[in-house]
Write a protein that binds this ligand. Sequence first.
Ligand SMILES: Nc1ncnc2c1ncn2[C@@H]1O[C@H](COP(=O)(O)OP(=O)(O)O)[C@@H](O)[C@H]1O
Ligand SMILES: [Mg+2]
Length: 280
Amino acid sequence: MVPVPTRSFEILRSPNVNEKVVISLIYPEASINDLLNLEKPSFLGALEGTPTYEGLLSVTPSPLGDGTFKTAHIAELKRCSESTGHLFRYFGGQVLVAKRLHFEDKLGVVPKQIPPVQEELRHIIQECNILYWCSTILTLTYHFIDSKMQEKGDPPFRIPRLRFVKSGFCYAKSEFSQSSRRGGHLLTRKFKETHLSSSKINRGYILEENITGRFVKYIGSLFPRPTTRGGTQLLSEAELETAEFLCFTQHVQYLQTKGYGYISDYQGSGDLLTDPQLMT
Ligand SMILES: Nc1ncnc2c1ncn2[C@@H]1O[C@H](COP(=O)(O)OP(=O)(O)O)[C@@H](O)[C@H]1O
Ligand SMILES: [Mg+2]
């Protein structure tokens, strides 16, 4: 079903400070076989069996980071009921990052714009899908590394232990469901795509753990090699070491997927990664 847009393109403005939101968490699959056999081919498919939660989200207006397609804002998830505790445990706290999607023209003449809400949600679900696939593929890469280390012993160098941020798909709506209004309980009904065509949905977010420290691009999407600049500065020695390790993971992934694909556009800070691309 193709939902009918409920608004035309809007200029990107400050997010609302307190919003009622519905959240679905992204749980990567343990095995890539499920993905390749197309049993659970997409995040949207996986969502069918996942509970959703309702909560209050307070988003800081000024962005923490600003990219070509998204802005990242510090956000606080407010406790709504006992079940919100599950979300806090998943994200490692109440403070997270809410990312908004936008479009801008290459010359920057027209202000950044947000597409109609249904289109915005579709793009956000696509971003979540890429995180879902890439988290699974990176876990698989570490399975390979760990099995080789069991076989051959530890290598004479440090192996970076990296992972993609814990993340969730989130949309803001003007009303809570009847059940949560009555009892303050979070929603645990199964996710249905039809929920997304509701006219009560105002906007969408990608929720992520907050990556602190210098945010760098280790590998871009054009070339499978370390970037010469990780942002505005050169990569530090430690960052370059991480970037070289990530190039190695691309080789492993290419072989593991029998040439189907590998992760690119590796970026983040410390042991956390986000916003990947999947080259196929
Ligand atoms: N989880 C995060 N924690 C902290 N900052 C982030 C996070 N994700 C993104 N950012 C910041 O927001 C910027 C844009 O986000 P990103 O997901 O890279 O979007 P784009 O698709 O525009 O590259 C990043 O360059 C970074 O500065
Ligand atoms: Mg980016």
